[in-house]
Structure formats: C-alpha cells, structure tokens
Design a binder for this molecule. Structure first.
Ligand code: 5GP
Ligand code: MG
Ligand code: MG
Length: 181
C-alpha cells in the first residue's frame, strides 16, 4: 500500500499534534454547552475518533453518511443522505466533523439540512481544507491543514475505497489512477 504513495504530505505525528490543538480549542469554546459531534462518514471516521479523545467535555456523537463522490476524484454536485442521524437535533449545538472540504457542496447541503431541523448552532471542523477549490462561499470554523491542488489519501480519505487506513496523508502515484499499480 505504501508503495502506491508518491509523497507524504503530513506524517502521523504532525496529524496527531494538529488534532490535539483542535481539541484544545474546541474544549475551550464549547465549555458549558451540550455539544453534539456529527461525524460525516466515511472519510471523517478516523479524525473523529482521534478528535473526541482530545475534547475534554461531556458530549454526544452521531453519524451521518452522505454521498457526492462515488469512486471519482471530482464532485458530482449531487448530495444525498445515505444514513441519517439517530436523534433529533432541535436546539443542539452541533459541530460537524469533516475529513476535507473541497467544493463545499457537501457541507453547504448538510448545514442547510441541520438549520432546517432547528439546530441551535452549527459549526464545522475539518482536518483538511482546499479553499481555492470552493464553488460555494463557505469556511470551516476550525481547520487542520491547507491542501494544495492535489488529491490526497490516508487518515480516513480514500481512493476507490482504499487507503483510508494509512496513518499519514499522501499523494498517490499517477500510475495508480491509470490502473497500472
Ligand atoms: P466537496 O463537496 O467539498 O466538494 O467534497 C467533499 C468530499 O469530497 C470529501 O468528504 C471527500 O470525500 C471528497 N474529496 C475531496 N477532495 C478529496 C481529496 O483530495 N482526497 C480524497 N480522498 N477525497 C476528497
Ligand atoms: Mg467528508
Ligand atoms: Mg471518497
């Protein structure tokens, strides 16, 4: 699997340090609130599990799965809820946990849904951010790392459902996309 990686962008240690920093900020900002962590599956599953261990608050965790990408590396622009939350969110302070924000389409759709369900507040933490690729005006409240215009894998992020379990984040070798790996 590591042989398919052309370049490591962020090491496991760099990622863990960033997660701890985000956890400290979130802990301070949500003190005294009834925080609901909303993990957006599948990409954010590793990030959320590391992050919640660094948030020193009594909180709830729920999961939502949306699809917008399929196996391709570009957004289809179509977002659909594949798995919805277990509990109502009316009046809740929600922190959406995302793996990466690219066009922002997925997220703006989600925020819309949560606001229509009368959440008290909706904020976003993303591990990775590609701000120059945005097609909707939207910014995360907490951000890990800025990503250049590259398709990254690892730390939850996949290419055709593979590479999610890499503990670091990297760029695939071009031959992997062309099917010669
Ligand atoms: P958006 O709706 O913001 O365009 O898309 C967000 C989703 O696209 C992410 O949750 C992720 O599934 C996928 N995505 C965007 N950029 C990348 C990338 O560089 N690598 C991977 N593996 N997925 C990406
Ligand atoms: Mg995502
Ligand atoms: Mg994906």
């Amino acid at each position: 699997m590591r042989n398919d990686i052309q370049e490591v962008l962020f090491t496991e240690q760099e990622i863990q340090e960033k997660v701890a920093e985000l956890g400290r900020q979130i802990t301070a900002d949500y003190a005294g609130k009834n925080l609901l962590i909303l993990c957006v599956l599948k990409g954010a599953f590793i990030f959320v599990s590391d992050l919640v261990k660094k948030i020193d608050l009594k909180l709830d965790i729920d999961f939502m799965a949306v699809s917008s990408y399929g196996n391709a590396t570009k957004s289809s622009g179509v977002v659909k809820i594949v798995k919805d939350l277990d509990a109502p969110v009316e009046g809740r302070d929600i922190l959406i946990v995302e793996d990466i924000i690219d066009s922002g389409l997925t997220l703006s759709y989600l925020i819309d849904v949560l606001e229509r369900r009368n959440a008290h507040s909706v904020k976003v933490v993303t591990m990775f951010d590609k701000p120059h690729r945005r097609t909707v005006g939207l910014e995360a409240d907490y951000k890990g790392f800025l990503i250049p215009d590259a398709f990254i894998v690892g730390y939850g992020l996949d290419y055709a459902e593979k590479y999610r379990n890499l503990p670091f984040v990297g760029v695939l070798k071009p031959e992997v996309y062309s099917g010669h790996a």
